[in-house]
Design a protein around this ligand. Structure first.
Ligand code: AMP
Length: 187
């Protein structure tokens, strides 16, 4: 089973995907984590993306797509992909379609965690203290939300026509969201 968790920054995609990884014995494909790892390693890619990430801007589709490819084609992860924070642009969504087709896979469920701006601001403020992420400042949060609205909305329109698309109220408590996901997955 392959799943996409979709929604603005702070919607709870990471939390729910970690849960799904355990429950379904899957693999979390968080492009945010993959990119942060490149910065930590101080790789060539890491040096290129650090400014964009700290400013809450998107990393180029080219870089993200190239890092993602190995995960989709990894035989260990086949049919166990849980996408968290990818795709975030129409170009990425089309790239994912292509990679899945080439690897004989498809997406089984798309969960859209819908959250308003006020809730996100509150959550990110809280997370700042828990995780100490360098991009969790209020300014960056607002920038990331605006980037999401501009760039990610078309992806929402692209997916919302699919029969496997499910909108979930992301302002609910974590365990309530989990229950809704479980009910839809029938697990
Ligand atoms: P996240 O951990 O998903 O909130 O992502 C943190 C930051 O990583 C974002 O603000 C972007 O700068 C970058 N990023 C993560 N995923 C993507 C993606 N799919 N496309 C472009 N940039 C991304």
């Amino acid at each position: 089973m392959n799943i996409i968790l979709f929604g603005p920054p702070g919607a709870g995609k990471g939390t729910q995907s970690k849960y799904l990884v355990k429950k379904l014995d899957g693999f979390q494909i968080s492009t945010g984590d993959i990119l942060r790892e490149e910065i930590k390693k101080d790789s060539e890619i890491g040096k290129k993306i650090i400014n964009n990430m700290n400013e809450g801007k998107f990393v180029s589709d080219e870089i993200v797509n190239s890092l993602l490819k190995n995960h989709v084609f990894d035989p260990l992860k086949k049919e166990k992909l849980i996408f968290d924070g990818y795709p975030r642009s129409l170009k990425q969504a089309k790239n994912l379609d292509k990679l899945l087709k080439e690897s004989n896979q498809s997406i089984d469920y798309i969960f859209f965690l819908n959250v308003n701006k006020e809730t996100i601001i509150k959550r990110i403020e809280k997370r700042k203290f828990l995780e100490q992420r360098s991009d969790d400042t209020l300014d960056t949060t607002l920038k990331r939300y605006d980037t999401y609205i501009e760039t990610t909305r078309p992806v929402l329109e692209y997916y919302s026509k699919n029969s496997n698309f499910h909108e979930i109220d992301g302002t609910l408590e974590i365990n309530q969201i989990t229950s809704k996901i479980e009910a839809l997955l029938n697990v």
